[in-house]
Design a protein around this ligand. Structure first.
Ligand code: NAD
Length: 368
């Protein structure tokens, strides 16, 4: 527990308990230098205070690099959703929301995370008694649905900046996308619409490779009908082989640790844009930097979702969301790549330096 406490926070660690309902949970508000702590509510049987703290700290840096007026926070409810009836789950979320009135929405703005989604956000906001209690709410409460594809749209804009940075023309490049879920789908759509040639796409069933180019609309139809991308005409390879494809750009959009330390020598791409979280360890990222492969870090490229949350928080509509995601992701990616080049440090180190500097500049409680 002691290692939780350092120069930046956490500012508040609260545990709540309601024995009558059987609700136990926490919230960790890590740092509010930039605004109220923002972070989702995770419901798992094993969620611990340390886990919630680590996630809250990640949110401090993620919101800072996204250039949002939000600090870092995270909530956790100790419960096994598989063992709960919908009624019981709703009761627990309601009791948790009522208990969180002491900090929410003034010091903490919640969001969905594992096993909490739109309906849980409705219950939580009603229990707190404020529409500002959380984002990720249903549309009828002003929510901006995840299905709009804000994260994929942001990853696309981050890729545009990175391609320009290394002197590649979007209309002349080949690329591959790992995963064809929410992020992978939209990033493939926007990149192919901009003229890039998609040659490889993977999902949990494998990797489809077609050097003539994969038509996005046809691929989307096949995925909907057959449930997998591997039914698209082309060569079917193992999902992990996406790492060593000869493409100009690889976009990650599925599992953690896709790229292993010993993959570094076999990587043939010049650019990796991380749509997924933790596609590789920080050490692997540094090693790729030394091997002259440009890696746009996850918390820079995939911040479209949190930016969209901010638009929901201020009551903005879809139009405002697209505009803000494009502007912020473009500006932040440019700044990170510029600093990386200027200071001869990896993009991740450059991004962390910016995120920490923004927090420290406004922090009244940090020990500098
Ligand atoms: P999703 O569940 O919609 O899609 C995941 C996709 O990954 C599916 O197509 C699945 O078939 C595929 N997949 C599973 N195992 C695979 C494997 N071994 N190889 C290749 N593909 C595999 O998830 P998502 O929302 O698109 O999120 C993808 C990643 O992006 C996750 O790391 C997530 O944390 C991160 N992310 C998502 C968002 C968001 O708003 N959706 C925001 C930030 C980060």
């Amino acid at each position: 527990m002691e290692e939780m406490y350092d120069a930046y926070g956490p500012e508040k660690v609260i545990e709540v308990y309601n024995p009558k309902v059987g609700m136990r949970g926490y919230v960790v508000i890590d740092n509010r230098s930039l605004g109220p702590g923002k972070g989702g509510i995770r419901m798992t049987p094993t969620v611990s205070m340390e886990e919630v703290f680590r996630l809250a700290r990640t949110m401090t840096w993620k919101n800072s690099i996204a250039d949002l007026p939000f600090g870092g926070a995270k909530g956790g409810i100790i419960a096994d959703p598989k063992q709960l009836t919908p009624k019981k789950k709703a009761e627990i979320v309601k009791a948790y929301g009522e208990a969180m009135k002491i900090v929410c929405p003034d010091l903490w703005v919640a969001a969905p995370d594992i096993s909490t989604a739109e309906e849980e956000m409705r219950i939580f906001a009603n229990a707190v008694g404020s529409n500002k209690a959380c984002t990720g709410k249903p549309k009828d409460m002003g929510g901006l649905p995840h299905e709009l594809g804000s994260t994929g749209f942001g990853v696309y804009h981050s890729a545009l900046v990175a391609l320009k940075h290394i002197g590649l023309d979007i209309k002349k490049i080949t690329f591959a996308v790992e995963g064809f879920g929410n992020v992978g789908w939209f990033v493939s759509k926007f990149l192919t619409e901009a003229g890039a040639k998609l040659v490889g796409v993977s999902d949990s069933k494998g990797l489809i490779y077609n050097e003539k180019g994969i038509d996005f609309k046809k691929l989307a139809e096949i995925k909907k009908k057959e449930g997998t991308v591997v039914k698209y005409p082309g060569k079917v390879l193992k999902d992990s082989e996406i790492v060593s494809l000869k493409v100009d750009m690889l976009v990650t959009a599925a599992i953690p640790d896709l790229i292993k330390p010993n993959d570094v020598d076999s990587i043939k791409t010049k650019l990796i844009v991380c749509g997924s979280n933790i596609a590789m360890s920080h050490e692997t990222e540094e090693s790729l930097y030394r091997h002259k492969v440009l890696v746009v870090p996850d918390f820079v490229a995939n911040a479209g979702g949190v930016i969209s949350s901010y638009v929901e928080y201020i009551g903005g509509d879809e139009k405002k969301m697209w505009k803000m995601v494009e502007e912020k992701i473009t500006k932040n990616t440019k700044l990170v790549l510029k600093n990386s080049e200027k200071k001869k440090i990896s993009p991740r180190t450059a991004a962390m330096d910016i995120a920490v500097e923004r927090v420290l500049k406004k922090c009244k409680t940090c020990k500098i």
